[in-house]
Structure formats: structure tokens, C-alpha cells
Design a protein around this ligand. Structure first.
Ligand SMILES: Cc1cc2nc3c(=O)[nH]c(=O)nc-3n(C[C@H](O)[C@H](O)[C@H](O)COP(=O)(O)OP(=O)(O)OC[C@H]3O[C@@H](n4cnc5c(N)ncnc54)[C@H](O)[C@@H]3O)c2cc1C
Length: 414
């Protein structure tokens, strides 16, 4: 689509939040355009066919809190099959390197840690989640590894108030054709300008002047949905400057999680939807989902500073490390049986610069600061603005709908 010179509402970013906002405005009578820097929609929701018969969600894959997840209904409406197989995260197939008794000890230590953090959060004071690790507990490195998957970051950088605010109903489903594919279908009716990178939002006048890689336009209202790391680094600038927004974004950095997809020869030897942890007594380890949906593949997951180190080591490092960790558990045969197909590099992605947000200790309140509208003209959405479903795709989508509602309300209240 060519850029209009004027529009009622410009939405910056065509991820779950931007698409949620655009869909919510479709019968509003307002002219709307979604400006997206990439050549595709979905943002951190992105499905590829890693091989002709292997679906790979490079970003989000799980319908977390599925009983409260607005994408579940959307999937049903769009005829996307939902897989309700329970996630294997707490299992270790074949007990490889991690016998049942040890696993039970670890799960007990993990649950105790969450309980201590939850109790501490009740005081209303904030602190780093790492303060609630039991000193000397042998499972601490592994509890920290879980944090790198869940928060994209080690516990020392995670606020307990934020952790406590997250709403996890414990029900996690998947979209068989891919969460990213679902987002693409959901976004299909949206008016879009792709390859359109926004660099400046000048809100000094009555209308907002928007500078993009495809030229300028002006909008009555703007909904900003870009990831916090882009606001924090001022990759997208506001004029006049909005220091409160930049500070809030800096309090809510995107941590890092990366995924790798490996093709698997002789798949019958491994269980469908099985799981392996690459190690036990350390934080730097991958977690491996064996044969997701029964496909002939293994999907690896890496988080936090370990994922960053592997990304920085260059393309192929995540796959090589995955194969080493699996071979150490299942035997040398697997060096021959596993072949790299695809991997993510979210920290190096210029339009994400990370995976999902967590609040730094003392910054749980920044989500509300980031979400607040400015002058009835600038509105903010995106996963980081969600009060209780932050870091998720449905939290992002719902935040877009919330921001669209604020836009409409601002018009009726003048
Ligand atoms: C590896 C990984 C695993 C995950 N797993 C899950 C999971 O299982 N379940 C779950 O619910 N969530 C998961 N998530 C998180 C989920 O993907 C995100 O929370 C959600 O997709 C964020 O949506 P958003 O709209 O807020 O941001 P984004 O999807 O990042 O959308 C923002 C959009 O803005 C665009 N943009 C950026 N800068 C500009 C600019 N200057 N001009 C124009 N456009 C711009 C971007 O290209 C992007 O399309 C995962 C994420 C990753 C990376």
C-alpha cells in the first residue's frame, strides 16, 4: 500500500499488539494504517516451514494461560487446529542424566523458591528475585536456568513484584499450523504499509507528524507498539522528547530467548512430545522438546546470557551446542541423526533486539507508565504494557485492543 499523506490513526508495528489494535478499530469509521518496518506481519510471532513437513515457530509457540487467552477463540474462528497436549517441561525422557528422584527434589526446590518469592511480594516492596534463592541450595543454578526461559533473564535482574503480577493459569496449548501463521491470518484484513520503518513521531503540533523510510504522513492519533528496547535506545524518537517513556522502557528490557530446530533421523527412537534438559547443575544449558507434534525434529530453547553468548558466537552456534548437549545425554549416534534446520537470533534482530520484557527490580510500576496515553494523541501498546500477561502474544494483542479503546474514548470525550 502507498502511504496516505493523512490518516486518523497510525499504528506503529504489525505484531500481535498492532494487529489487535487495527482489528479493534475496523468498524470505528476511522481511517487506519499499520506501519511495519519488516516485510511481514507478526513481529515476534513468526512461523516458518523449517522443512516441507516441519512447522517451526521461531518466536511465540505456546498459547499460555490458554483458558484466558484471546487467541484461542481467534484460532477457533479461523479454523486453526489447537493441540492440547500438555507441555513436557517438567519431564526428562528416558530419565537421561536426571533420574526421577533428582527431578522430584528439583521441582520441590523450584516450587519452594516460587512460594518464598510470592510471600515476599505480599509486603509490597520490590527486590531482585535472586534474593529468594535459598543460600547454598544445589538447585539454584537450575532454578536460574528456568528464569532464563521464562523471563529471558537471570533472576538477579527480575523484579519479584513483576513476577508476582504475571497471571499463569497453568494451561498451555499450541497452534498446530503455528502461532505466527495464526497471527498472519488474524492480521489479513488490516490496512498495512510493510517495509515502512518509523524513525520520528513529532507531536509538537495539533496532528502527529510521522517520519518513515517511505516518507512522511500525519495522523490524528498514533498507537506505538514497538518493543521496549527500541524505545529505550531511541531507535524510534519522539519530539518533544518523552523521557518518562524512555525511562519506563529502560526499566522493562527485553530479555533473550532463542530457539533452534534440528531435523531428526529415525524419529521413532524418541518419544513424541518428550523433553530433555541439556544439563542439571548449571544455568547455561538448553532445553529440548523432542518431536513436537510428533514431527521428525527436536526444538531447542536457550535463554538469558547463555543465549546471548551463543548468538554472539555466530550463526550455527545454537545448533552446534544443541547437538553437543543431546549427544552427551543420548549417545554419539545422535551426532549423525541430528541436522540443523533453522535458528532464531532475536538479540540481533534490529526490530526486536530481544525476546520478551521483564521488569528490573524496582521497576514493576513501569508497565503502567509505559501504557499511559500522552496528550490524548499518543497511545501505547505491546506486550510490555500488559499488566498481567506481559511477555506473551495474547497479552500483546489484548493491549492493542485496550489502546484502540482509548483512542475511541479520546474522540468521544473531545
Ligand atoms: C523465542 C521466543 C519465544 C516466545 N514464546 C512465547 C510463547 O510461547 N507464548 C507467548 O505468548 N509469547 C511468547 N513469546 C513472546 C511473544 O512473541 C511476544 O510477547 C509478542 O509476540 C509481542 O508482540 P508485540 O506486538 O508486543 O511486539 P512485536 O511482535 O515485536 O511487534 C512489534 C512490531 O513493531 C515493528 N517495529 C519495530 N520497530 C519499528 C519501527 N521503527 N517502525 C515500524 N515498525 C517497527 C516490529 O517489526 C514488529 O513487527 C516468545 C517470544 C520469543 C522471541
Amino acid at each position: 500500500m502507498t502511504l496516505p499523506s493523512e490518516i486518523d490513526v497510525a499504528i506503529i508495528g504489525a505484531g500481535a499488539a498492532g494487529l489487535g489494535a487495527a482489528r479493534a478499530l475496523e468498524n470505528s469509521g476511522l481511517s487506519v494504517i499499520v506501519l511495519e518496518a519488516r516485510d511481514r506481519v507478526g513481529g515476534r510471532g513468526y512461523t516458518v516451514m523449517a522443512a516441507p513437513d516441519i512447522t517451526f515457530d521461531v518466536g511465540c509457540g505456546w498459547l499460555h494461560s490458554a483458558d484466558k487467552n484471546s487467541f484461542v477463540k481467534i484460532a477457533q474462528q479461523l479454523n486453526f487446529e489447537i493441540d492440547k497436549t500438555r507441555p513436557p517441561w517438567r519431564e526428562q525422557s528416558f530419565d537421561a542424566g536426571f533420574p526421577l528422584k533428582e527431578r522430584a527434589d528439583f521441582i520441590a526446590a523450584l516450587d519452594d523458591f516460587y512460594e518464598r518469592a510470592e510471600q515476599a511480594a505480599k509486603s509490597g516492596r520490590d527486590s531482585a528475585a535472586s534474593s529468594y534463592l535459598e543460600p547454598g541450595n544445589r538447585w539454584n543454578p537450575m532454578i536460574d536456568a528456568i528464569s532464563t526461559y521464562v523471563n529471558g533473564s537471570e533472576l538477579r535482574s527480575v523484579s519479584i513484584q513483576d513476577m508476582d503480577a504475571y497471571e499463569d493459569t497453568g494451561i498451555n496449548w499450541r497452534v498446530r499450523r503455528g502461532y505466527g501463521a495464526l497471527m498472519t491470518a488474524y492480521g489479513a484484513p488490516c490496512p498495512l504499509a510493510l517495509d515502512c520503518k518509523v524513525t520520528l513521531l513529532d507531536h509538537s503540533g495539533k496532528r502527529v507528524r510521522i517520519e518513515t523510510s517511505q516518507g512522511r504522513l500525519s495522523a490524528g492519533k498514533v498507537i506505538v507498539t514497538v518493543p521496549t528496547n527500541l524505545i529505550a535506545s531511541e531507535a524510534i524518537r519522539f519530539s518533544p522528547a518523552l523521557p518518562a517513556k524512555v525511562d519506563a522502557a529502560r526499566g522493562l528490557p527485553l530479555g533473550l530467548a532463542d530457539k533452534v530446530m534440528l531435523a531428526l533421523d529415525e524419529p521413532e527412537a524418541l518419544p513424541k512430545d518428550g523433553n530433555l534438559r541439556g544439563a542439571t547443575m548449571r544455568t547455561a544449558m538448553g532445553s529440548f522438546h523432542l518431536r513436537p507434534f510428533g514431527q521428525a525434529c527436536v526444538e531447542g530453547y536457550f535463554g538469558g546470557s547463555y543465549a546471548q553468548t551463543l548468538e554472539d558466537a555466530g550463526s550455527g552456534a545454537l545448533a552446534a551446542q544443541s547437538i553437543d548437549e543431546i549427544v552427551a545425554l543420548l549417545g554419539n549416534d545422535y551426532r549423525r541423526k541430528l541436522k540443523p534446520l533453522a535458528e532464531s537470533r532475536w538479540a540481533h534482530d534490529p526490530f526486536a533486539r530481544g525476546s520478551y520484557s521483564h521488569a528490573l527490580p524496582g521497576h514493576a510500576g513501569d508497565r503502567a507508565v509505559l501504557a499511559a496515553p500522552v496528550d490524548g494523541r499518543l497511545f501505547f501498546a505491546g506486550e510490555a504494557t500488559s499488566p498481567n500477561f506481559f511477555s506473551t502474544a495474547h497479552g500483546a494483542r489484548d493491549s492493542g485492543e485496550r489502546a484502540a479503546g482509548e483512542v475511541v474514548a479520546s474522540l468521544t470525550t473531545g
